[in-house]
Design a protein around this ligand. Structure first.
Ligand code: 6PG
Length: 272
């Protein structure tokens, strides 16, 4: 049975405001982790949605660049496409162009998935990278300080696609995953590892995601069909940063709060 989780969804009026909410969450999580553990380990997603958030984090005219403890940050990816790092499809390339090329984060603390290698080799090497950098022993698994996810309009997250092998993976940290619906391979963190994150958040925008958001959080529990339903963090808390278009089919958020410069409406869903 899936573990119960309290989902807080924070709805911003525009994609730009959602990106700002994402940059704020990233900055706060990095600051908290660096303060309490001396190091912040954050796993990010690819796709298109995070690009604007990365731009805000790297923008000298915004507060985030000065606030993020870049000297105490270790950056990881949630998933990657099986392409070289300079390929237009590469999540690493997108992040390098939007963020890494503009912020003071030393290369040795940027842990990219090697999409250019055979998927099983890349997955095994990334699992060792995580084991070594987290100094894991035996069957220990990593606890990221923040895991930032996206969601596809088919309900996939990371590279956990509907009806694919990786949905049944419970023991590895990272696996190769064949995605017949895209006729491709991907490398992805497994969902038990994502669920171990201290903070786990989805960043989702656009009308095209409204129906799947409704189905994932208000529909029947069918993780083979909607793999994002596997995301039930051990903390019992899950955050959704949404724009109003994406949130259109969720119950109207009851509360409004202003976090810093943000005007947000928040709602909660208790998933049993
Ligand atoms: C990837 C991502 C993936 C992404 C969703 C949403 O490699 O594609 O990590 O899980 O988050 O596909 O993508 P968009 O943000 O482009 O809608």
């Amino acid at each position: 049975m899936p573990r119960p989780v309290s989902v807080t969804y924070r709805v911003s009026p525009t994609p730009a405001a959602t990106a700002r909410a994402g940059a704020q969450l990233f900055t706060e999580a990095a600051g908290k982790a660096a303060q309490s553990r001396g190091l912040a380990r954050i796993a990010i997603s690819g796709g298109t949605t995070p690009k604007t958030m990365f731009g805000l984090l790297a923008d000298p005219a915004e507060p985030f660049l000065k606030q993020v403890p870049w000297d105490k940050l270790e950056l990881y990816w949630v998933d990657e496409r099986c392409v070289p790092p300079d390929n237009a499809e590469s999540n690493y390339r997108m992040t390098k162009e939007a963020l890494l090329s503009k912020v003071p984060l030393p290369a040795e603390r940027v842990h990219r998935m090697e999409g250019e290698l055979p998927p099983d080799v890349a997955a095994a090497r990334y699992e060792s990278t995580i084991r070594n950098t987290f100094k894991l022993e035996g069957a220990e698994t990593p606890t990221f300080d923040l895991v930032l996810l996206g969601m596809g309009d088919d309900g996939h997250t990371a590279s956990l696609f509907p009806h694919t092998e990786a949905l049944n993976e419970m023991s590895h940290i990272v696996v190769p995953n064949h995605v017949p619906q895209k006729d491709t391979w991907r490398i992805t963190l497994t969902w038990p590892v994502i669920n171990q994150g201290r903070e786990v958040a989805f960043l989702i925008e656009g009308t095209g995601k409204a129906q799947v958001l409704h189905d994932v959080f208000l529909g029947p529990y069918q993780p083979e069909v909607h793999p994002s339903q596997l995301i039930r963090p051990a903390s019992g808390q899950l955050t959704l940063l949404l724009d109003s278009a994406a949130a259109a089919k969720l119950p109207a958020p009851a509360n409004s709060d202003s976090a810093g410069t943000l005007e947000l409406k928040t709602g909660t869903l208790e998933l049993k």
